[in-house]
Design a protein around this ligand. Structure first.
Ligand SMILES: Nc1ncnc2c1ncn2[C@@H]1O[C@H](COP(=O)(O)OP(=O)(O)O)[C@@H](O)[C@H]1O
Ligand SMILES: CC(=O)OP(=O)(O)O
Ligand SMILES: [Mg+2]
Length: 396
């Protein structure tokens, strides 16, 4: 009987899952899917690696106590892949705090520590942790593993991970952690395969999705990133503001008499592309719109992304390559073009044909910065981490 690992990737706008065969050296995808709990009727879709629908179910909203869809996934996996023994469930956990620089078994003790980090990632942490207890109830013997978005950035050192506030707060853990680490790690590893010389130099990875951040890589390791203590900092995002003058927050608290909860809601759910455009958080909608406010939102997005890439280049002391990834980075040629044009002063030249066709390498021959598009794969990165941890413990 071969072994498998089920991966759950809970992001701000979706919960993706993947089932991987883990007997070989590299996890092999058996099926993938989506658990859509944002809809009024929660929906589960499972597809084969080539994209054919294998299973689909929709529940009445009144049914959705959070456990049902996970039960459905486990039942589907057992039914269709019963010949692969399920060894573990691997979870993408957005915040690992100061303690976790690599994957760990998700015991009750670990769960409690991670749940306590919820204020530092209120949009994500509860969604990441939601499947743990329902799965434990259905399959108490099944190993569950936490893989962290923050772990890849543990190589980040002062001053890059520091805030300019009194030192006592740093001792309490108030520092820059950074996120999207599973995506950055996957892309860094893939870059080392397709362009090994570049991967050893000064590279910025732009993960542009519903959440968006940059990672400055030197020798394949994170030395700086745009997100900080929380996934609110840095770039303009779907509904998050990114970097903002802290004076704005003081003004809203003191003069608009906003409560902390209202402020949290404003910054996480009502800002970013949605707030600026007043139309949508979805880049596709904005690019297709003829409204001036949609263009303004897109313009601010590319302006801030280019600005922050220059900041990352400063940390690196120069720039040899940029890699685009995430839903927007992989698919929106207009955004790549807009960012490239703003960075022309750094020697960035995008090849219009290669960019239009969404090729892997999109730099023009005269570009002094190599330019790549690499689709991310957080799920396989989680599967690799789980397989490694299980193997170390002699459980695979
Ligand atoms: N073809 C496309 N053109 C432009 N934007 C796209 C395209 N496909 C996806 N996107 C954008 O990608 C974003 C979602 O990114 P994704 O990485 O899938 O999200 P998440 O952060 O939830 O994982 C949305 O803003 C969506 O509009
Ligand atoms: C950390 C983060 O912002 O994740 P996502 O892009 O899934 O929202
Ligand atoms: Mg994501």
């Amino acid at each position: 009987m071969t072994a498998s690992v089920l991966v759950l990737n809970a992001g701000s706008s979706s919960i993706k899952f993947g089932l991987f065969e883990t007997s070989g050296t590299e996890p092999d995808l058996l099926c993938k899917g989506l658990l859509d709990e944002h809809e009024t009727k929660p929906r589960l879709v499972a597809r084969s690696p080539s994209g054919e629908t294998m299973f689909e179910t929709q529940r009445e909203a009144s049914d959705a106590d959070g456990g049902h869809l996970f039960a459905d996934v486990l039942a589907f996996v057992e039914d269709r892949f019963g010949d692969h023994r399920l060894r573990a469930v691997g979870h993408r956990i957005v915040h690992g705090g100061p303690d976790y620089s690599g994957p760990v078994e998700l015991t009750e003790e670990v769960y409690a520590k991670l749940a306590a980090l919820t204020p530092l990632a209120p949009l994500h942490q509860p969604r990441c942790l939601a499947p743990v207890h329902p799965i434990r109830t259905i399959k108490p013997e099944l190993t569950q593993i936490a893989c962290f978005d923050t772990a890849f950035h543990h190589t980040m050192a002062p001053p890059a991970n520091r805030f300019a506030i009194p030192k006592r707060y740093e001792a309490q853990g108030l520092r820059r952690y950074g996120f999207h680490g599973l995506s950055f790690e996957y892309v860094a590893v893939r870059l080392a395969v397709i362009a090994p010389e570049l991967a050893a130099r000064r590279v910025v990875i732009a993960h542009l999705g519903n959440g968006a951040s940059l990672c400055a890589l030197r020798d394949g390791r994170s030395v700086d990133t745009t997100m900080g203590l929380t996934p609110l900092d840095g770039l303009v995002m779907g509904t998050r503001c990114g970097t903002i003058d802290p004076g704005v927050l003081l003004y809203l608290l003191q003069h608009e008499k906003m409560s902390a909860e209202d402020l949290e809601h404003l910054l996480y759910h009502e800002s970013g592309l949605l707030g600026v455009s007043g139309l949508s958080a979805d880049m596709r909608t904005l690019l297709a719109s003829s409204e001036a406010s949609a263009r303004e939102a897109v313009d601010l997005f590319t302006f801030r992304a280019a600005q922050e890439i220059a900041v990352m280049a400063n940390t690196l002391g120069g720039l040899d390559g940029i890699v685009f990834t995430g839903g927007i980075g992989e698919h929106a040629k207009e955004i790549r073009k807009g960012i490239g044009e703003r960075l022309a002063w750094l020697g960035v030249r995008i090849d219009a044909t290669a960019n239009g066709e969404g090729r892997e390498s999109i730099g023009a021959p005269d570009s002094s910065v190599a330019l790549f598009v690499i689709p991310t794969n957080e799920e396989i990165m989680i599967a690799r981490h789980c397989a490694e941890l299980l193997r170390k413990g002699g459980r695979l």
